[in-house]
Design a protein around this ligand. Structure first.
Ligand SMILES: Cc1ncc(C[n+]2csc(CCOP(=O)(O)OP(=O)(O)O)c2C)c(N)n1
Ligand SMILES: [Mg+2]
Length: 326
């Protein structure tokens, strides 16, 4: 990454962090209900990956998708409003944390079904091939998703047809409370790539530059017709799986070790070391990020609730209640 890129990557990682902290506060205040999965600690894999893409390239996400979406250019106001269940949200307040999309910025959607979007991403990559758009697709998913049949089927067909796609696994060492060692025997998820005859690469997922370089190589290979790459970004969520998780299955030592490798700190230290900016120059950037998030919260609070009269809009299944009576 050149100097301006690294500085901007840091700013956007900070935006993701502050955004999720604000969502957490909103939960505490009761403005947001239900649950959410935060990506605090995983911001570098989202930003580094998206920075390796062209703006018109496509992304799919999973249940832990705020960072992916914001990195791809989501409007923080509309995402915040969605979390608040408001009519101005990306899904009109109906989707919540896990179900948002914006095709205009190439974000095909996040989804709560583990591995559910990997086949969708693969289909999107087939479309790009058939339409000859030159676009590449990235599918974000977690280590737990690699145990799903949908992962194997999609990666296999992506490989067989040499589709323009990068399969981006954020290996944060756990699927809910299950450590990876209890789910598979390979030491790296990248090793699984050989089963499909594609390239597999493992990268430090907390180092935004390393992620960028690794994904960029995979993206350009895919764009030139070289087929998929499976990238494992090794990272750690610095929070619970979801709102209710106290992380009792993790040791203090393990957490301390990873908390020292906070992706924001790594990027900030590098910016200072390379004299891209001084600490005093970073302060106003951080303040502007906080102001953006505050504005998003205000927008969400001030937005109207969805109109009950629109409840059937966007519903594609119809039931004839009369037909169920015998
Ligand atoms: C098909 C399916 N099975 C189970 C779940 C429940 N579930 C939600 S998140 C999750 C773990 C996902 O782990 P991973 O893919 O590693 O992502 P992470 O949460 O660690 O980011 C599970 C099992 C689900 N949402 N969908
Ligand atoms: Mg995981």
């Amino acid at each position: 990454m050149n100097d301006p890129m690294l500085l901007d990557a840091w700013r956007r990682m900070l935006l993701i962090r502050r955004f999720e902290e604000a969502v957490s506060d909103a939960f505490a205040q009761g403005s947001v209900v239900g649950t959410a999965h935060f990506c605090i600690g995983q911001e570098a894999s989202a930003v580094g990956t998206v920075d390796a893409l062209r703006p018109d390239d496509l992304v799919t996400s999973n249940h832990r998708g705020h960072g992916h979406f914001l990195a791809k250019g989501a409007d923080p106001k509309r995402l915040m409003a969605e979390l608040f269940g408001k009519a101005t949200g990306y899904s009109g307040g109906r989707g919540g944390s896990q179900h948002v999309a914006d095709l205009s910025i190439g974000f095909l959607g996040s989804h709560g079904i583990t591995a559910g979007m990997i086949p969708v991403a693969t289909g999107a990559a087939l479309s790009q091939r058939l339409l000859d758009t030159g676009r590449v697709v990235v599918a974000f998913f977690g280590d737990g998703a690699t145990g799903q049949g949908a992962f194997h089927e999609a990666v296999n067909i992506g490989a067989a047809w040499q589709l323009p796609i990068v399969y981006l696994c954020e290996n944060n060492l756990y699927a809910m409370s299950t450590p990876i060692g209890e789910s598979f025997r390979v030491t790296s998820i990248a090793d699984r790539a050989c089963a499909y005859g594609i390239r597999g690469v493992s990268v430090d997922g907390n180092d935004v530059e390393a992620v960028y370089l690794t994904v960029h190589e995979g993206v350009e290979r895919a764009r030139l017709g070289g087929g998929p790459t499976l990238v494992e970004a090794r990272t750690y969520r610095m929070c619970g799986h979801s709102k209710s998780d106290q992380c009792e299955y993790r040791t203090d030592e393990e957490e301390a070790c990873w908390f020292e490798r906070d992706p924001l700190t790594i990027a900030e230290e590098r910016i200072l070391e390379r004299e891209i900016a001084t600490a005093a120059e970073l302060d106003p950037i951080a303040e502007a990020v906080t102001a953006t998030v505050d504005e998003a919260v205000r927008f969400a609070l001030d937005s109207p609730d969805p109109d009950p009269a629109t409840v059937a809009e966007g519903v594609f299944a119809e039931f004839d209640l009369g037909a169920t009576k015998h």
